[in-house]
Design a protein around this ligand. Sequence first.
Ligand SMILES: [Zn+2]
Length: 327
Amino acid sequence: MTFDSFIGNRKVIERLRAKLQQDRFPHGLIFSGPEGVGKHTCALMIAKALNCTRAAAGSFCGECSSCRKIDSGTHPDVMTLSVEEEASQIKIAQVRQLLGMLDLQPFEGRNKVFIIDPADLLNAEAANALLKGLEEPPENSFFILVTVNVHELLLTVRSRCQVYNFTPLTLEEIRRHGVTDELVVRWSQGSIGRARNLDVTRLKSERELLVGFLETVVAASEEQFQELLGVSADLGRSKQDFEGRMTILSVLMADILYLKEGLPEKIVNIDLHDRLLKFAAAVPVDRLIGMSEFLRFTEASLKHYVNRQMLADVLALMTNETTSNWL
Ligand SMILES: [Zn+2]
């Protein structure tokens, strides 16, 4: 891969390239943005450009021994700091090891590049230790901190780095990555990583459960309701499943609202167009909006303690015509 063949986030790439060509490359960079849009790939491209033995300044060949070693993770001057196996954070010992390399000359390249990914998982001690390196880095040392959210990093760390914001890819850019299944393209949410890891069979079966849930709830009479709360008990069984299902539900609800607004081209679940359209026709718009807001609240509360059963029950109550007036 070269800078030219990098798909998406072209402005970020061009800005970085210009900096590399000016030979005044910043020593501290933060790459912030959603998972799976190429932040780590881009960090490696920078490491290659700073060490390539063949290409002109600001570029890399991808073929010399330096470029190949960086690709395979064996270049002694390019170090990626990540969460070690069975740990939940990046530890201070790892940062100390990195700082120990700072004053050494590069082993075989021109520059040392330290990639910290995900930088939001540096624990407080480790982040504070890293500050030392960021404050006065040697001429030939560069730090690239990769994170989904720059605001998760200490202000003192942020203030010593230039921030580059990566955005989700467009549907067209996801297709250019070679993704051909239109459902996968639309479910990727602009993340090529997500598109590649998506288990479509599982997604479809989970989605079926949820569309079925919505269809049953909306049509249920008061007498059937007891039974329906049994359905929502199924929805809430395990935390991981529940989170995944709430995400699917949010996307379904957004699709239903798009259909209600007459914007069918915007929907993600294109294969369910007709069924979702029926649902959209059966439910008044204010109830749909209430449900969507509730789902957003649910997603936010999942980060903290939450009673999954209760949330699933409230959702069932909101979807049902008879009971939605109680709330
Ligand atoms: Zn090269």
